[in-house]
Design a protein around this ligand. Sequence first.
Ligand code: PLP
Length: 488
Amino acid sequence: MTQNIWKEVVINPQEKTPLYKQISNQIELLVHDGQLKPGFRLPSERTMAKLLNVSRMTITLANEEMKMKGIVRSHQGSGTFILRGTRLKEKEVQLDNPVDFAYPTGEINHGMDEIMSLGQDQSLINLGGVGAAPEVHPGIEFSQCFAEHLRRNPVLLQLPSPTQGYEPLRLEMINWLKKVGVTAELNEIMMVSGAMQGLDLISRLFLKPGDFVIMEEPGFLAAADAFTATGAKILRITLDEEGIRLDSLENMLMQFPVKFIYVNPTFQNPTGITMSLERRKQLLHLAKKYGVFIVEDDPFSLLYYSEKPDPPIQTLGSDHVIYIQSFSKYLYPELRVAVLVASEGIIRHLSKIKQRVDLHSNNLTQIALHAYITGGLLETHIQKLRYGYAQRLKEVQLRVKASSFLHCQIPKGGVFLWCRIPKEVPAERLLEVAVKKGLTFVPGNWMSGVGLYDHHIRLAFTHPSHEGLKKGLDLISDAISAYKAYQF
Ligand SMILES: Cc1ncc(COP(=O)(O)O)c(C=O)c1O
């Protein structure tokens, strides 16, 4: 097998099919034609990227797709190999037919995979995912606090963990939640392994095939994945400057058996829009009128730049709201800790489901978070984040103003900037050019459930260093110019 075979893999950037799919489809054909034999080792991702003149990320995704289809198998350290032909045929039948799986992973959008895999590439300036930049990172303070706490209380490591969470942390949450105005009793509080687990548990409890969920358009893509994985359908509702539009929402509630309305009302992902108080009240009124729950995802409320936002919808009517506050954006996404607040009955059901998938959330990170909060350190850290992010946003605004290509909505808090790019530049294609230039962001259409926002991008401005941020923003304009000049 020679290098020449790769000349047969012809990719066309003008086609609608993403490049990685074009590559995996063509390699699949080469296998079927017998030109690539079982056991053949594919070139390394780096070499393949060079041979096909695409980014390494595109090859990683193509390999993942081929693994999913059962065409190749990877062995840690030794490479990626074509599977045996007979195996391939069997697998294809199963994998191409989602009926074989109860959980239709094939229908799940590839956006989260890409955000996470690009986020791991240290050579890229990361405006895609969220994390704290070096100057606002809790750094060694967090680990010292944890180490000191364990040194004084070694017995903590041997305590059994209840499913609802480490009890001292749950107790502390009663106080912590008051910062955003949420009042809850101990039996209405449960710790989960990140907001994502909360959303998954809620989906498992409420949704079955044929059910409907309402969510914002555009909205948090991983939440959409959790809902659709149950077989439920999502009804998308656009936003105006006050949040989700209620005229369309009531229409949907009248027509469909909706189970819950999922919203991220404060500094929304991806638009940064904050729902007005009046809208919050009206939304709750509609939820009560039609007897549906609101699932309120609130990971950003404390990250306001100057003015405190309106209180969560939960504070206006706790019976109809399941509230989730993640600590990923306040501390580290890697902690995988979030707090979920709901009625005692709902908490009981959710913890039964949690027991089946995760006996309890990681106790070490819960103990660490508890020590950090009770030491007053998280409060101080969040103040630092507010100031640091507000400064960063000023910097970003200056650069955005100087660019004739970017038109961005300026948020009053949170971590995202939602920007319109020229209409002749498709966001997904721009990402491919940007990755070659050393930058990543999230194309707007990944946040859409109805194929919109092809000419929008989401920029998370909290992660890179100060210098990286400036360079990253300049690179976006460079990538847009390059795209316009050469129409990649
Ligand atoms: C609105 C929203 N909810 C939830 C999450 C995920 O939170 P966690 O890391 O706690 O799962 C994110 C992450 O970006 C988010 O933007």
